[in-house]
Ligand binder design. Structure first.
Ligand code: AMP
Length: 440
């Protein structure tokens, strides 16, 4: 197995990697780093948790270390050019990437700028004018600066599109195209995406130069360490069941996903009212609120994060023991991304999805994508007035075979084995009566 030293990374980069305690490059790193160091364009099909951030950050830092070129020093007013641009779909992911750059660049001190929406643009403009090595940006804000003449791309030589398919989902494609048109032809491009929908392929054909394609674990395959549980429950009873689950299970840290921003606010309020200290995160909150929410969640002062899909991708928070889908995701790939927030770094995790009858078709889409029969159990309230629940297996469904024609849209040959803890319980005659104490 290759080591980081075998990859020929510059000394300060190697020292930083060693300081992180990484023994070996992950598969995406072992494949992408040499291609990037050789100057080739790369398409990497990889989801978060694979170590993909370091796969592009390390070669960028290696380039900076070996070229010994500082930030562009042009005289005169106006923005300086910068060599390396990383685009990410969300502010949180951009922030996380810039933190990773600081970690891996700690023996080099590269000049890194974060250019994201929801934050005061003035410090960003000042940093762009002072000169930067690497800019990590969300597409919309970078475009604002470019149009206002506060950023320039004419000397940019590396461009990374991280989570390209999520940027597509969020409607950033026109902004990305405009940005790419502004970067000179002598650039190296890396496109990372969990899936490769057609518009991303078209983008790659248009803007990349004979890219090598590297695929590691497909998005249709949830991490095997994650135990998945689907509970059929009436929409009107989801809140009570959620409180019950979070209060009675051994929850270290949990992320509760809702479909809408308003839903996030409602669930956050409801959990706090029930004594379960929670914090909400969605796109309508100010960047300050979003940073604070994430910081509180990471620090453990709030053990429950309630969020829209803005938090589904990329976020690397350790010790998330549970992910709860309060609403089933409408895009089946989101299910895999959401539950991938748990079971990270070799740990196990639980993903619980609350599914109303009206969401059954969404469940079927997920089963088709993951080629897994998820075997829902049903919940019945023990008394109308009580928030306690009895969870019983639904044998007919539990015995159901893998979904017919189980073709994944993106990964038709995925080898994901059916996994159904509920089925195991059904076989054991599982009928668990929840007798939780009132949530404290
Ligand atoms: P990412 O997919 O970039 O979000 O990375 C997921 C996690 O893997 C992060 O917590 C990284 O610190 C960690 N990581 C990255 N590279 C390695 C490696 N070679 N060995 C062990 N952990 C790693």
């Amino acid at each position: 197995m290759k080591t980081f030293a075998d990859l020929g990374l510059a000394d300060p980069v190697l020292r930083a990697v060693n300081a992180q305690g990484y023994a070996h490059p992950t598969p995406i790193q072992a494949a992408v780093i040499p291609e990037m160091m050789a100057g080739r364009d790369v398409i990497g099909i990889a989801q978060t948790g694979t170590g993909k951030t370091a796969s592009f950050v390390l070669p960028i830092l290696h380039g900076l270390a070996s070229q010994k070129l500082g930030p562009q020093k042009f005289s005169g007013a106006g923005p300086k050019a910068f060599r390396h641009l990383i685009l990410a779909p969300t502010r949180e992911l951009a922030q996380q990437i810039s933190e990773n750059i600081r970690t891996y660049g700690k023996f080099m001190r590269p000049m890194v700028g974060l250019v994201v929406g929801g934050a005061n643009p003035m410090p960003q403009i000042k940093a762009l004018a002072a000169g930067l090595d690497i800019v990590v940006a969300t597409p919309g804000r970078l475009l604002d600066h470019l149009r206002a003449g506060k950023a320039r791309l004419d000397k940019t030589t590396t461009i990374v599109l991280d989570e390209a398919d999520q940027m597509l989902d969020l409607g950033f494609m026109p902004a990305i195209q405009e940005i790419l048109r502004g970067v000179g032809p002598n650039r190296q491009s890396l496109l990372l995406s969990a899936t490769m929908p057609q518009p991303i392929r078209v983008l790659a054909q248009e803007f990349m130069n004979a890219p090598r394609e590297i695929a590691v674990a497909a998005v249709s395959k949830p991490i095997e360490a994650i135990e998945q549980e689907i509970i059929m429950v009436d929409q009107s009873r989801k809140s009570d069941l959620l409180v019950d689950l979070l209060a009675t299970r051994e929850v270290e840290r949990a992320i509760v996903f809702t479909r809408t921003k308003r839903g996030t606010d409602k669930v956050e309020r409801m959990l706090n009212d029930a004594g379960l200290r929670s914090i909400g995160l969605h796109g309508d909150k100010s960047q300050g609120q979003r940073n604070k929410a994430l910081a509180q969640f990471k620090a453990g002062t709030r053990k429950i994060l309630v969020a829209t899909d803005v938090a589904a991708r990329g976020l690397d928070v350790s010790d998330v023991s549970h992910v709860v889908n309060f609403d089933m995701p409408t895009i089946p790939e989101s299910y895999v991304h959401r539950i991938g927030r748990t079971g990270r770094a070799g740990r196990s995790g639980k993903a619980i999805s609350l599914c109303d009858r009206s969401e059954r078709n969404l469940l079927r889409d997920i089963e088709r994508l993951t080629q897994t029969a998820l075997a829902p159990i049903s919940s019945t309230t023990s008394a109308e007035t009580s928030p306690r629940f009895t969870l019983i297996p639904a044998p007919a469904q539990a015995q159901r075979a893998a979904p017919r024609g189980g073709q994944s849209r993106q990964h038709p040959r995925s080898g994901a084995r059916p996994y159904s803890p509920a089925k195991k319980r059904a076989q054991k005659g599982f009928a668990q009566r929840r007798s939780a104490a009132a949530p404290s």
